[in-house]
Design a binder for this molecule. Structure first.
Ligand SMILES: NC(=O)c1ccc[n+]([C@@H]2O[C@H](COP(=O)([O-])OP(=O)(O)OC[C@H]3O[C@@H](n4cnc5c(N)ncnc54)[C@H](O)[C@@H]3O)[C@@H](O)[C@H]2O)c1
Length: 280
């Protein structure tokens, strides 16, 4: 087994080889050495997708074998189910960057992951993704001055992946349609791939949590070039912040292009911040 402690390089395990996984593997391969990060392994549900693109010695066939690869940080970029099945096990050996934070809307899992991080002194990292001002929200929350938080994500209908069929009937020029409005806890199961930004916000706003942070998803056929993320923060004594982020995105893209680079920046932060949850 490689000894990660003797190496100055941070060894990364990538779990999932879709859009984000491929982007991160490419970044680590091309720019990692200069920035002190290297690949420990890549896992994908279907390993055939890895052959030819990832060196054979870096392919992990059985995810339970991650411990044998001397990994410092595991990056989940596939599905909330993997967070549920492996998150606690990962944290008992290594730091863990959760790419699908909507998984944390499951309160039982949320508690288990926090406890595992604390018990093993490993950091549970949450990427801010497309959330602007996440650390500011967290600071406001830490000081006890956060009263309310609302996030609206508006996208072209082709950019949504919903579990129900609320959007199966969209037409090319129908304009704006509010798809869902409610707590982030209610939203996560409806649109697990579209609400990661809101989930990161619910973690930042820990005292409000997934039940207290409000969210809205809006389909808008006018948004053919970008996703829009609006954040409204209400604090004490009339304090308020309203941000509007335009995230360039192609038609049909679930993830805005700026979010990929945001993820890469988040990964470079994961050098260990103790046994706790850390927004990065
Ligand atoms: N935190 C954020 O801001 C943010 C931004 C974008 C995407 N995400 C999340 O990151 C994850 C990856 O995003 P992506 O754009 O690369 O997605 P993608 O669809 O391009 O790739 C997902 C990969 O995971 C695999 N996969 C799907 N379901 C699986 C399952 N149940 N078990 C194991 N593997 C499975 C797929 O085969 C694919 O290789 C998704 O969960 C997405 O919601 C988070």
């Amino acid at each position: 087994m490689p000894d990660s402690s003797s190496s100055a390089m941070m060894r990364i395990g990538i779990v999932g080889y879709g859009h984000l996984g491929q982007f991160l593997v490419e970044k680590i391969t091309t720019a990692g050495a200069r920035l002190g990060v290297t690949l420990a392994f890549v896992w994908n549900r279907n390993p055939d997708k890895l052959r030819g693109s990832v060196p054979e010695q870096l392919i992990l066939y059985d995810l339970s074998d991650f411990k044998d690869r001397g990994v410092d940080v595991i990056v989940e970029v596939c599905h909330p189910r993997i967070v549920k099945e492996f998150g606690v096990l990962f944290l008992s050996h290594t730091h863990f960057l959760v790419g699908s934070p909507s998984a944390l809307s499951d309160q039982h899992l949320n508690t288990q992951l926090r406890q595992a991080a604390e018990e093993h002194g490993r950091t549970l990292y949450l990427p801010t993704g497309a959330l602007w001002g996440g650390q500011d929200i967290q600071r406001l929350d830490d000081s006890g001055a956060l009263k309310a938080l609302f996030i609206r994500m508006s996208k072209h209908p082709s950019c949504f992946r919903l579990t129900g069929d609320v959007l199966s009937d969209w037409t090319s020029n129908e304009g704006r349609r509010v798809l869902f409005s409610g707590s982030v806890a209610e939203l996560c199961p409806v649109a697990p791939n579209n609400v990661n930004t809101m989930a990161a916000a619910a973690v930042a706003a820990g005292t409000l949590g997934f039940d207290g942070v409000r969210g809205e998803i809006v389909s808008d056929t006018a948004l053919s070039d970008y996703h829009m993320v609006e954040v409204e923060v209400i604090g004490l004594n009339g304090f308020s912040v309203h941000t509007v982020r335009k995230n360039p995105a192609k038609l049909g893209a679930v993830t805005g292009t700026a979010t990929f680079n945001s993820f890469w920046s988040s990964l470079l932060v994961c050098k260990g911040h103790g046994g706790r949850v850390y927004l990065c």
